[in-house]
Ligand binder design. Sequence first.
Ligand code: AMP
Ligand code: MN
Ligand code: MN
Ligand code: MN
Length: 279
Amino acid sequence: MPDMKVDLHCHSNVSDGVLAPAAVAATARKAGVDVWALTDHDEVSGIPAARAAAEQQGMRFVTGVEISITWANETVHIVGLRIDENNQALVDGLASTRSGRDSRGREIARQLETIGIGGAYEGALKYVGNPDLMSRTHFARYLVEIGACANTGEVFKKYLSEGKPGYVPHCWATLAQAVGWIRDAGGIAVIAHPGRYRFTPLAQGELFSEFKQLGGAAIEVVTGSHTPDQYPQYAQLANYYGFLASRGTDFHAPGESRVDFAALPPLPANVTPVWHDWF
Ligand code: AMP
Ligand code: MN
Ligand code: MN
Ligand code: MN
C-alpha cells in the first residue's frame, strides 16, 4: 500500500491535546489518515477509546505513548509504538514519570506569581483533561487566555523555557528506563522530533549511539515539530545510524500545531518506514 497515509504521533486531552481520543481519531480520518497512533505524554489511558474510534472509522490503529526523559540535562521525548498498554513495567514506569507533574505545576504557578501573574495553577487546571497530567501547555493556554501573550509559542519563549521566569527544571525518566519499558511491553522505541533538541552534533550523535545500543529502532524524520529542511537531514542520519524512519504530525489541537494532518508530507523515498513490515 504505497500511498497509505500514516500518522504515528498525536495527542488527546488525556495529555496536553484539547480533543478527546475519539475526536482526534475523527479529525485524523477526515484528513485522510489510514494508519494512526495516539501517543499521549507519559500516559496510555486514552488508548481503549482511541482504538475503538479508529476501528469504527476504518483506520488501522497503532498503540503509542510519548515518554519524557532527561538526557544530558535536556528533556528528550521517546515515542513507543506497538506497545502492550497493559504491560506492568510500562504502566508502573509511566505512573512514576507522571508523579512529579502536579508539584512542578504548583512551583511554576508560584514563580509566575512572583512576576505578577496570579492564579496560574487554578487557571491551567481549567485546561487539564487528566489531573495526573498537568503540562506546561496548559499553563501556556491559560496565559494566552489572560492576554499575557498572543499564542502558546510566545508563552514558551517568554515564560516557560529554560532561563525564563516560569521555568522549573524537572528530572524525568532515563533513556535506559524509557527504552526498557517500551521493549518490555513489546514495542518499538523511536526518538521523537530529534531536530528540536539543542544538542551539538557530537552530543546528538552520542544520543543516537546510546539509543541504538539500548535497542532503540527508529527516529522521527517527518514531524510537525521539524522544519521542512530538517526532513532530508534526519533521513540521512536515520540511514547513517541504521534507524527506521517515523512520521507524525505531533497534533495537539486544531489550529495550534505547525502542520495540519493533511499537510504533512510523506517520508523521503530513501528511508525505511518504521511500518515497513507491519501489514
Ligand atoms: P511538559 O511535558 O509539561 O514539559 O510540556 C511539554 C509540551 O509543551 C510539549 O509536548 C509541547 O506540546 C509543548 N511545547 C514545548 N515547547 C513548545 C513551544 N516552543 N511552543 C509550543 N508548545 C511547546
Ligand atoms: Mn505536548
Ligand atoms: Mn514531544
Ligand atoms: Mn508530542
